[in-house]
Design a binder for this molecule. Structure first.
Ligand SMILES: [Zn+2]
Length: 105
């Protein structure tokens, strides 16, 4: 994997996740209070799903930060567990991966 190509993919992934987090934040702040009790229940369930999605997105953003820092070193495509090169296909699927397929499972 070429460094610049991976950086490009990480930045794309980062921008998309940031957009998702922003959209979730807007959804929460633009909320009007429902009058019906059953609507409130549905809304609370939706909120839980949204919060989970938000938490996931934020975790991924952190992983991308780590990967972007790794990219500044020559170790950017090395598995942080076994030291093997992480396969291109894996980095294309998960640009922020820091372990090879063997170590991830
Ligand atoms: Zn490994």
């Amino acid at each position: 994997m070429e460094r610049e190509m991976l950086r490009e993919m990480l930045l794309t992934e980062q921008a998309e996740l940031q957009k998702r987090v922003d959209a979730i934040g807007k959804d929460f702040s633009g909320r009007t209070i429902s009058k019906q009790f059953d609507e409130q229940v549905v809304e609370r369930e939706n909120d839980e799903v949204l919060r989970e999605l938000e938490a996931e997105a934020k975790e991924e953003l952190q992983a991308i930060d780590v990967a972007l820092r790794r990219i500044e070193t020559d170790q950017f495509d090395r598995c942080r567990k076994c030291g093997e090169t992480i396969a291109d296909e894996r980095l294309k699927a998960i640009p922020h991966a820091t372990t090879c397929r063997n170590c991830a499972t």
